[in-house]
Design a protein around this ligand. Structure first.
Ligand SMILES: Cc1ncc(COP(=O)(O)O)c(C=O)c1O
Length: 511
């Protein structure tokens, strides 16, 4: 079997040197299947023969036939010398990186790898307060000390945007011993930072820039999308190829650029995080997702951008509904926008985002990516058909026509009253009393959450999605945090991280 695709003429950037129509790793798996090799190796289902019948019937034989194990000719993700090496070189070429690594535990492991490469125990690293919880994991693993940077807060939309170059500069001025700067761009809502300016000022001071570009694996491939991190000057960045491109879930890439990173250390760290039995269909899906976007990306993304633009326009015509767009650009923390993220603010319809999301799902069969207090976020990607976008518009217009049945912000209406009074605010950053690693590994006890003021938190508490911690191990539990999280719980927010999901109790460092 041969699997190459035609090159899109308008697509190729001049910097590319390799033949992006190839997918060497997928090809290596197909060649193994074609050769009819007698499989006396893992996985135990043996190319589907031993799979549960119903599961096999559903998923089909092909996917099972390429679920193999590292062996000669198939290469090993932990020590690539053949097809995986070539596939990763093609990815680096496509993204304009010096090296790219395939990851199969998401950008979660990518963030952890970047941090474990760049910092040592006790080192200071500047991170935005609205970082994904994997950054907290990386603090626990690396033993580094986070110096939090406050992202720009948008009270009207009740969300954080990016950190500004000014904030990065001030953080470096106040903490000249910071070893690395980590930024998130774009945010879950598709807001991108001024990465080029941030990179310039980080490099001026001889520091390294790590970028969580989990939501931007497509940026490199269309001029109407924000500047990608590899081009903006990041020293390392991560992309969740599964989020906005077509790789299977959990598939991500880590890119390294320039000469500020110790590549030997990076390679050891990447291996530390890998299973010795990687899922090969996942690895192949990274290879073909790269081929697809490198060769057909311009056309695919042009269509998706146009679809998203018209969807946003139609949604904005619905009374009471607001989808932010270009008018936000230029505000603090909003340097650029990913048009493929559609944030629908439903607050003025009298619904929380959580309620709207549930209604859309159970009444109109539409599932959005994210719900928060004020908003829902829908993705329009290269895989979204027009009919899906139409259905979203229909469902939101029906939602806007519905009579709000009860006071759904909370049975007591407390949240609504506080929203109106403007006293419902994201809590300020609490004092850090221990390093995240020390608190995470310390003896702990469970205490009642409402009475935990003043104690040192030993767990991460993240309203999910988006999975951004409100409090992390080592931080003091403040009255403001107790108040905020109690209200979020009342509004129906799910909590990720705490031992007690209902937050009746919280795990704290034992006294
Ligand atoms: C900003 C950001 N970084 C990292 C991650 C983790 O990515 P993954 O789910 O690929 O592990 C997420 C997940 O939502 C995210 O939003």
């Amino acid at each position: 079997m041969e699997t190459t695709t035609a090159q899109h003429p308008s697509q190729q950037k001049s910097s590319r040197k390799l033949d992006q129509t190839k997918a060497p790793y997928f090809q290596a798996l197909l060649d193994y299947v074609d050769a009819g090799v007698i499989p006396m190796h893992t996985p135990g289902h043996v190319q589907g023969n031993g799979l549960d019948r119903a599961f096999r019937e559903f998923v089909g034989d092909n996917i099972a036939s390429i679920d193999l194990t590292p062996m000669p000719g198939i290469d090993d993700l932990l020590a690539p010398t053949e097809a995986i090496k070539e596939a990763q070189e093609l990815a680096a070429d496509a993204y304009g990186a010096d090296r790219s690594y395939f990851l199969i535990n998401g950008s979660t492991s990518g963030n952890q790898c970047m941090m474990m490469t760049a910092v040592n125990p006790g080192d200071r690293v500047a991170v935005p307060r609205n970082s994904h919880k994997s950054i907290l994991g990386s603090m626990v693993m690396s033993g580094a000390r986070p110096i939090y940077m406050q992202p720009e807060i948008d009270h009207a939309l009740h969300m954080d945007h990016c950190v500004t170059p000014e904030t990065v500069r001030a953080t470096l001025d106040q903490n000249p011993d910071v070893k690395a700067v980590f930024v998130v761009s774009p945010t879950y809502y598709g807001v991108a930072a001024n990465l080029a300016e941030i990179a310039a000022l980080v490099h001026e001071r001889g520091r390294v820039l790590l970028v969580d570009e989990a939501w931007g694996p497509h940026f490199k491939f269309h001029p109407d999308l924000p500047l990608c991190a590899t081009e903006a000057g990041a020293d390392m960045c991560i992309n969740s190829t599964h989020k906005m491109l077509s790789a299977f879930s959990q598939c991500a890439m880590l890119h390294q650029i320039g000469d500020r990173i110790d590549v030997g250390r990076l390679e050891s760290v990447v291996k530390l995080f890998l299973s010795t039995s990687p899922n090969l269909p996942m690895v192949a899906s990274l290879d073909v997702a790269r081929r697809q976007i490198a060769t057909e990306g311009h056309a695919l993304l042009s269509a998706a951008i146009e679809r998203a633009r018209s969807t946003r326009e139609r949604l904005n015509k619905i009374p009471g509904v607001y989808c932010f767009g270009e008018e936000l650009q230029g505000r603090n923390g909003v340097f650029d926008l990913d048009p493929l993220k559609i944030t629908v603010t439903v607050k003025d319809l009298g619904y929380t985002g959580y309620e709207a999301s549930e209604i859309l799902r159970y009444r109109y069969n539409v599932q959005v990516e994210l719900a928060d207090l004020f908003n829902i976020v829908a993705l329009v990607t290269i895989g979204t058909p027009q009919a899906a976008a139409d259905r979203l518009v229909y469902a939101v217009s029906e939602l806007a026509r519905e009579d709000r049945p009860v006071d759904i912000f909370s049975p007591s209406g407390v949240l609504e009253r506080r929203l109106k009074a403007g006293t419902y605010k994201l809590p300020s950053i609490p004092p850090m009393r221990m390093l995240p690693r020390e608190a995470f590994l310390a003896p702990t006890e469970l205490v009642r959450f409402k009475q935990s003021k003043g104690r040192i938190c030993a767990e991460t508490i993240s309203p999910y999605p988006p999975g951004i911690p409100v409090i992390s191990p080592g931080e003091e539990i403040t009255a403001e945090i107790i108040d905020y999280l109690s209200l979020e719980l009342k509004a129906g927010v799910r909590m990720q991280g705490p031992f007690d999901k209902n937050l009746k109790h919280v795990r704290v460092v034992a006294e």
